[in-house]
Ligand binder design. Sequence first.
Ligand code: SAH
Length: 243
Amino acid sequence: MNKKNNIDIEFILVEPSHSGNIGACARAIKNMGFEKLAIVKPRKTITEEAFHRAKSAKDILENAVIYESFDQAIEEKNLILATSARERTIPWPTFYIDEISEEIKGELKSEKTKSAIIFGREDNGLSNEELQKCHIHLVIPTSDEYSSLNLSHALQLVAFEIRKIYLDNNVPISEEKDLVSNLENEKLLEHLMEVLKKIDFYDPKSSKQVKTRIERLIKKIRLDKMEMGILRGFLSKIIDFEK
Ligand code: SAH
C-alpha cells in the first residue's frame, strides 16, 4: 500500500532539547507520509543520535527548516494547530486529536491552506503566549494521572490522525476561503488595540486580559483577505477621524 499524502503541512518543534527526539520525530513524519519538519531554536544540534533514531527518514532531518523565533515559524501560516497536554487559564478552541471538526479537516486538505502543527519543549511544553498565537489546540486524551507524552510519541499520534483525514474520501476539501496569514492577523490585533486605546476603551495597565480575548476572537473567526481589508480600512478611518 503506497498512500502518500499530498499535503503542505509543517510539523514544528519548539526548542527541543533532545537530539534523539528530533530524529524520532523525523521518522514519524515520514512514516505517516509527510515531509516537512521545522525547528524553532533547537537547544541541541542535530547529532548522530538524531540520524540514528531517524533511520530511513534522514532526508527529513537534512531538509529540516530552522526558525529563529516562534513568530517567524508561524508568520506565513493560516491554520496553526498547537498541541498541549494541559488546560490553560483562558480556554481556547480545543479538540481531541480524533475529534477535529469537519471544517478544519476540510481546510487541512486544501492546497490553499498553509498549516502548521506545533509541539512544545520536552520540559515545559508551549508557553501561554505561544498557545494564544494558534487557532486551535489539540489534546491527546491521555490519563489524568500522567498526561504528558514523549515528544515524538505525541507527534506520531497526531500525524497518524492527520493522515487518516487525508485518506478519508468522505471529508470534502474546503477551498472557499482565502484565509489571511498569521502576520496579517498580528497586524490587525495591533491596529485594533491602537484604536481601542485611542478611544479610551482599553488601558493596557488595568485590563490585561482584553488583548488576549480579542486575540482569541480574531483566531476564532478566521478572517479571509476581503474581510481583513474591510476591517483594516474601517480602523484606519477611525484613527483619521480622531485626528
Ligand atoms: N512537561 C510538558 C509536556 C512536554 S511533552 C508540559 O507539562 O507541558 C512535549 C510536547 O509533546 C508538548 O508540548 C506537546 O506538544 C506534546 N504532548 C505531550 N503530551 C501531549 C498530550 N497529551 N496531548 C497533546 N500534546 C502532547
